[in-house]
Design a binder for this molecule. Structure first.
Ligand code: PRT
Ligand code: ZN
Length: 284
């Protein structure tokens, strides 16, 4: 039995999806122009699809699971479960208006025409804010709509903001923050559920490792206690004596977000020879 996963054929999520599977130890022949491939060392079949179609394929059971932007999942309203965020494909769905427009606050959108490829998510957002705006659905190049007189505002995905900038638009309201998520059918047979559980275990290990660094350093014995307090580690740090008397080597794991702050404090406590390396897999 094989679990079937749908991933984007080409586009922004393709490479990170393949990379995630590789980091989970799953070898797939990434043949160009293939519709599907099989992993050689894990019971997984990979279907390459347009991102917009993935929720439908999962609902229909053609694919058992899929990787798709949360924005697509929420817009398509298909019967599938959102399992977990994957940490890539980050963007936001935002409302933007032409620079120099007299936008004051969200109420400025009342009665205005907004162009978007996300009419359902935008509709909910407007309803929640008790606004009557006209939604104009277009499928691509939404950012040019105000410039050609098609709309007063747009609601589109933004990551760096450069597309808005180039088109003389200003981001005003964030409707949704999104990233790639793993979705699954809500009717997996037990054998497939078991394969999914194995895959989820591996994905969690990869996600944990991406957020952490392994750190090694040398410190004078009298400061070890204070340094340990800075480096709680998974259970507690490893402390080993150095060949030089009065010095120890300390090994631990730090969260990436705390990393630069901790380094400063460690140096202040006399730490030397600080080495920091990535972690490939991490099982808590
Ligand atoms: O062919 P297919 O239908 O599969 O692909 P697609 O063209 O519909 O999607 P694609 O590859 O563009 O995006 C796939 C997913 O990536 C989206 O559903 C989002 O979840 C995620 N993502 C992350 C983005 C962006 N960032 C993004 N910046 N999707 C699109 N954009 C576009 C945006 O629409 C705008 O045109 O990039 C432009 C803005 O980018 P910045 O950097 O200039 O702000
Ligand atoms: Zn698409």
């Amino acid at each position: 039995m094989k679990l079937k996963i749908a991933i984007q054929k080409s586009g922004r999520l393709h490479e990170d999806s393949i990379k995630l599977l590789k980091e989970c130890g799953i070898d797939i022949n990434n043949g160009v122009n293939r519709l599907k491939t099989e992993a050689s060392n894990f019971p997984l079949e990979v279907l390459y699809l347009r991102d917009d179609d993935i929720p439908q394929y999962v609902e229909d059971g053609v694919a058992d699971i899929g990787i798709v932007g949360e924005n697509v999942m929420l817009e398509k309203r298909k019967n599938a479960l959102s399992l977990l965020p994957l940490g890539f494909g980050k963007c936001r769905l935002s409302i933007a208006v032409p620079k120099n427009s007299d936008y004051k606050d969200i109420s400025s959108l009342e009665g205005k025409k907004i162009a978007t490829s996300y009419p359902l998510i935008l509709g909910d957002f407007l309803a929640k804010n008790k606004l009557n705006s006209e939604i104009h659905e277009i499928s691509g190049s939404v950012e040019i709509a105000p410039n050609v007189g098609l709309a007063d505002a747009i609601c589109d995905l933004v990551s760096s903001g450069s597309t808005l900038f180039i088109n003389n638009l200003e981001e005003k309201e964030v409707v949704l923050k999104s990233e790639a998520i793993l979705i699954s059918s809500d009717q997996l047979i037990p054998g497939k559920q078991q394969i999914l559980d194995q895959l989820l275990f591996r994905i969690q290990a990869v996600k944990q490792s991406r957020k952490h660094k392994y750190i090694l350093l040398n410190a004078p014995d009298e400061n070890v206690e204070r340094i340990i307090r800075l480096l709680p580690g998974m259970k507690s740090p490893t402390v080993l004596p150095l060949a030089v008397k009065g010095w120890s080597s300390i090994h631990s794991v730090v969260h990436e977000d705390d990393f630069w702050n901790i380094i400063q404090s460690l140096k202040a406590e006399g730490a030397q020879g600080i080495l920091v390396t990535g972690i490939e897999k991490m099982i808590l």
